[in-house]
Design a protein around this ligand. Structure first.
Ligand code: ADP
Ligand code: NI
Length: 221
């Protein structure tokens, strides 16, 4: 990135962090900063990806999520205005929107996602890597606790083959089931080679955790 792009990225960061809340239900400042750090790690292996577009989308990826804002079109327009004021071209702005619009897990379950650009693949990998491993375990527990989910109930079987509507309308989920219903599947959805290998390690961390949980649950020695 040249000096001008670096300055633009600083302004994008300020906007994104200003929009983020400081809770840890999944999309706070801490999540954004981890996604950006992971995107930088992945970019080191993929020098042909555009750094400004990738890091801008990493900072901004949750700024108009329907789970987080009440008026999505208004939030999108506010972001568009901000990026234009910062001096991004219409083409850069549309590249960033195309990433944010097509990277989510629910969008891919819906079957409605457009193929991601290389930059989008990097951001999607970074976001998904933040849902697995040790951080993924703590995020799931924190989120479940915050929203009154049970930790575990052996009488509720995980449903591993849900479509988009079923996933959205799921009401009996437990935190442990969330691993089987979503988190353990993410490793097979990585785009870049480096993310595939990071995800393999994080998968082991989750599988070990789930195995330990079962052993302790059953009172094993
Ligand atoms: P994203 O928008 O990044 O796809 P979500 O809003 O679905 O993420 O989830 C934020 C975090 O909370 C993730 O780490 C996710 O695994 C966790 N989470 C989401 N839904 C549940 C759930 N029903 N139970 C436990 N954790 C959840
Ligand atoms: Ni995210």
């Amino acid at each position: 990135m040249n000096a001008n792009e670096q300055q633009q990225l600083e302004q994008i960061k300020d906007y994104a962090l200003g929009q983020a809340t400081d809770d840890e239900t999944g999309h706070g400042v801490d999540h954004i900063m981890r996604v950006v750090r992971m995107a930088k790690t992945i970019l080191r292996r993929i020098p042909q990806a555009n750094e400004l577009i990738t890091l801008a989308a990493a900072y901004l990826h949750d700024t108009y999520d329907e789970k987080l804002v009440t008026d999505v079109p208004a939030a999108k327009q506010a972001l568009r205005d901000t990026l234009t004021t910062i001096g991004l071209t219409a083409d850069q702005v549309s590249q960033i929107f195309a990433i944010i619009d097509n990277m989510s897990y629910s969008k891919s379950l819906e079957g409605a996602a457009q193929p991601l650009t290389l930059e989008g693949q990097v951001v999607q990998d970074a976001d998904r890597l933040d849902a697995i491993g040790a951080i993924g375990i703590t995020r799931a527990i924190y989120y479940g606790g915050r929203f009154g989910e049970k930790v575990y109930d052996p009488s509720i079987a995980p449903r591993t083959d849900m479509n988009h509507d079923e996933y959205r309308n799921l009401d009996h989920e437990t935190i442990i089931n969330h691993f089987y219903e979503k988190l353990l599947k993410l490793k097979d959805l990585m785009n870049t080679d480096v993310a595939v290998s990071i995800a393999a390690h994080r998968q082991e961390v989750m599988v070990d955790f789930l195995g330990e949980y079962q052993a302790e649950w059953h009172g094993e020695e």
